[in-house]
Design a protein around this ligand. Structure first.
Ligand SMILES: [Zn+2]
Length: 139
């Protein structure tokens, strides 16, 4: 009986996990043209514009994809638009503090989280909600 219950729980957990993964599945667009058009101000290799991950074919690498998926999760938990507002705010804040464009970009908490965990392919599943907040004011 105990074994049956454990099997049942395992199946329920596996089903929930599978549904969760499907929900989290991004729409991936591999396009050199779109990334080139978006590279007017900064060099864009890959970008996450919920629910799309647009990636230059030359940048199609599991680590970069994992980095973008972390952004996808950040965007989802912030209901998308506030993510972009905060993203731009943190970049401007860095610029106002005298940072150059790249350093301001690297000071964005969303980027700090994504860069720190982009090599950890299980991070997305184990990540705590709003984990990006731990990177606010970290230098
Ligand atoms: Zn990023």
């Amino acid at each position: 009986m105990k074994l049956l219950i454990n099997t049942y729980n395992y199946n329920v957990k596996a089903k929930i996990l599978k549904e969760y993964r499907n929900i989290m599945k991004p729409i991936i667009i591999k396009s050199n043209l779109i990334t080139k058009v978006l590279s007017v101000y900064i060099d864009v290799c890959a970008i996450t514009l919920y629910p799309f991950i647009i990636i230059n074919k030359a940048c199609d690498h599991p680590v970069i994809m994992n980095h973008e998926k972390i952004h996808l999760k950040q965007q989802r938990e912030l209901w998308i638009v506030p993510f972009y507002v905060l993203y731009i705010w943190y970049w401007l804040k860095g610029r106002m503090q005298g940072m150059n464009s790249h350093d301001a970009y690297m000071s964005i908490p969303f980027e700090k989280e994504a860069y720190e965990h982009q090599y950890d392919f299980e991070y997305i599943e184990n990540r705590e909600a709003s984990a990006w907040k731990r990177y606010i004011n970290l230098t």
